[in-house]
Write a protein of this length. Structure first.
Length: 315
């Protein structure tokens, strides 16, 4: 079982548009409403793959009730932590040319009692977990060291931790030696305090994170592919993608694919790349099923292309 922890979940509304024009009335060509948050997306991807998952998340107000209902409809087990504030609602505007504009609300502020209940709920459901995936930003009220506390408690109970967060929360957690961290290129650059222009730069940055405590680094490099750096070395994976519809949740799908395949080594990286490539070809934050995967389109090599330039992120 894969347990996910999403401290700041959301109700996500995605609108598909021909193009985004400020100040104009725009008629959407499609719309979706999904339970959101990085850990929630990991659970949705694990569930789509036919594996058991439990999602721990604080929920409040009408949006929180709707998130729980949507997850229940998808057959995902939810371990809710009731909070006074309302769960945030986010909006994504997906243009026909692949450009995505996101509007993320701040979310509720958790009280000390709610914070402790969240930690206790994670502990109570971690006994049967093969992996615990802690994902996303921290809501107001949680200190930057909160993830570090989760990692320490999980390791004390014998569980493995995958961490997908950024900024100070990531740096604080590294001292507790999470089993794998999953930054994107921008988050990796922020963590080491310098720009990354080549895959070689990303490898060096990943090694620095390992020096700070991460046991393995799974880095999403956008359209360029993904990088895995661990005790055994470095691997680079990429996939052929015909059409990009939405990259919402693609990184979360990748993490799910990595953990489903065991969470280490080149086979797990290949699974991560296949899941991420499938996700970007689906609308909104739809998670891929096994039928959507194309393993033949994936290439993984230990000969990392160190001199390959990284693609500039879309504005």
């Amino acid at each position: 079982m894969i347990l996910t922890v999403t401290p700041n979940p959301s109700l996500d509304r995605t609108y598909e548009l021909p193009s985004l024009e400020r100040g104009e009335v725009i008629r959407a060509t499609g719309e979706r409403m999904d339970p959101g948050g990085k850990g929630v997306n990991v659970s949705r991807a694990v569930n789509a793959a036919g594996r058991r998952t439990v999602a721990v998340l604080p929920l409040g107000g009408a949006p929180g009730a709707l998130v729980a209902d949507l997850l229940d409809t998808q057959g995902i087990e939810v371990a809710p932590v009731p909070v006074t504030g309302a769960t945030r609602s986010n909006i994504a505007l997906a243009e026909a040319d692949g450009v995505l504009t996101k509007i993320n609300a701040p979310g509720p502020e958790l009280s000390p009692a709610e914070q402790e209940l969240l930690l206790e709920t994670v502990r109570a459901h971690s006994r049967d977990a093969d992996w615990i995936a802690c994902c996303g930003s921290l809501p107001r009220g949680l200190a930057p060291a909160w993830y570090a506390d989760v990692v320490a408690r999980a390791h004390a109970g014998g569980a493995r931790i995958a961490l997908d967060t950024s900024g100070r929360a990531l740096l604080e957690a590294l001292r507790e030696r999470p089993d794998v961290v999953k930054p994107n290129a921008e988050e990796l650059a922020e963590a080491v305090g310098r720009p990354l222009t080549t895959v070689g730069d990303a490898v060096k940055a990943a090694e620095e994170l390992r020096g700070m405590g991460a046991r393995a680094v799974l880095a999403s490099l956008g359209a360029d592919g993904q990088l895995l750096v661990d005790d055994a070395g470095a691997w680079f994976g990429s996939a052929r993608v015909d059409t990009v519809r939405s990259n919402v949740g693609a990184g979360d799908s990748s993490l799910a694919g990595f953990l489903i395949a065991g969470g280490s080594g080149p086979d797990a990286l290949a699974s991560a790349v296949a899941h991420g490539a499938a996700a970007v070809q689906l609308p909104g934050s739809v998670m891929p099923t096994p039928a959507d995967l194309d393993p033949a389109a994936v290439t993984v090599t230990s000969a990392v292309p160190l001199d390959r330039a990284l693609t500039e992120p879309a504005p």
